[in-house]
Design a protein around this ligand. Sequence first.
Ligand SMILES: [Zn+2]
Length: 190
Amino acid sequence: MDYEDGDGEGQAELSGGLGPVYNVAGLKRSSSKASGMHCSESTDWCFFCEYESETSAAGTDADLYGSLFGTVKRMSEAKREPAHIARVVKAAYDQDVRQHVLGQREWKEASILRHLLYSLHFTELFDSTVENMLKALITRQNHELVDLTTGSVVEENRKAFCHSIETYLKWQNAHTGNTRSAKRAKFTPK
Ligand SMILES: [Zn+2]
């Protein structure tokens, strides 16, 4: 959706109607033409959305879903980047799973990445992506802090830089706090 500058008072003027940021009913039932970020708002096919782990096959070589799911979990815990995990899952799906899927449907790398980041299966991957975004933001801002002619610090950029660092520290503290709370809760006597 395109937005145009308003009357100069910081008010954006809408060029079209308004829509939800997340289509609860999904793409097929929605009247909105805008596609969202989640699997339900995409026309791409997704193996993780279409299939479930077979309880009877759990832990065996026949548990194809569980095998791919476990791969994502292991790589996520190893702090691998989502794009790399998606490439590995795509290769594993094509080699070991696709032949067993009805219609041998293609599972696009973009569709895998969409599920990794925006489904609630792997929220830790979205969290690590936000952390990477903040790191990238801070690093890029660092390159625009000093006026190369005068050697002086650009105050406006310094404020934005420090604000980004504060946000990053809050983000880190929130995550560390959650981890500590979880550990405390685990050992708290009743
Ligand atoms: Zn999905």
